[in-house]
Design a protein around this ligand. Sequence first.
Ligand code: ZN
Length: 391
Amino acid sequence: MDTIWHITVAQVVTPTIEIANAALVIEQARFGAVGASVAIPPPANARRLDASRYIAVPGLIDLQFNGGFGHDFTADPESIWRVAQALPRHGVTAFLPTIITAPLETIQHAQTVLQRGAPENFRGATPLGLHLEGPFLNPQKRGAHNVAHMRLPEINFARDWSPQNRTRLVTLAPELPGALELISFLRERGIVVSAGHSMATYGEAQRGFDAGITYGTHLFNAMPPLDHRAPGLAAALLNDPRVTVGIIPDGIHVHPALVALALKQKTPAQLNIVTDAMAALGMSPGEYSLGDFQVQVDETSARLADGRLAGSILNLRDALVNQMRFTGASLSDALTTLTTTPARVLHLENERGKIAAGYIADLTLLTPDLRVVATMAHGQWVWHDADALAL
Ligand code: ZN
């Protein structure tokens, strides 16, 4: 039987509540009572954990994550579960493994890996389904994707994609012929559709939103820059309240001033911090794979031979801290962008992204200077720093 936990913390901080000297109860992988510790006595059979030096926040969620710890999901879909076990050290409790432009067989392989479910004794972050970034992208904004595998939008190619076969989010270029039909098709099947790697004009982007696009992939990257006479996809994403935008706050993909500008234009509920991390996350500088390409990684960035960025080496905890530094956002507002906002993008806002009764018990304990001390996923401790906390 699952352990019942009673945890006392210095503070609970979520997008909607802040409680000092708090306690929370976790039972059967869900949060129970949460409140001031004087009001939450431990249940009779609970294990008590004194974490009163630390802050409890909802587990972090990454909607764009290509791999890490030496593994690339597109080159090796089998590595998804292994990488998922390492992610909680950065406070991550759920994520979308991202498959970049690849042949259909690779996509099907990744779908199968997730459909098979977690291996025995798995303890890690939960893969919530795939983010398929491609293959319906504009070759003129290819980034680190292989043009040889790009295709025009085609319903037949995506015929069996659904949340049931673990396809959750698809990034495509809405200006391509056939895109609007495919957007409606995917949307009707319950898949979130995003605009990205695109040359769309302002009008083409708006027609994509009208057809059902609700997300923008890594705002400012792999799209034309903001131009005051030709406002393209970037301006359309910023202007339309129906759309949530992903952004990579590593200080390299987007200048910190533009991250701040994006947050002024969107609310924290419409801005979603992602890492877009690749295989070199958590590793030393050197050469790593991203899909079909070899990527040179130094201390701060991952690049193709010609200098183009090829994913990041950012972890989600650092993304949280960078975002606060770049924008002046409070911890609560910054948390919104990587907890409740991604949960809502995926239509999971009633079960993930909050520390509240009935929600899935995904939780991260942080020091006052926001270092990750321990991470719980589905009511189980999946990582902790033994020097900081005895479990
Ligand atoms: Zn991309």
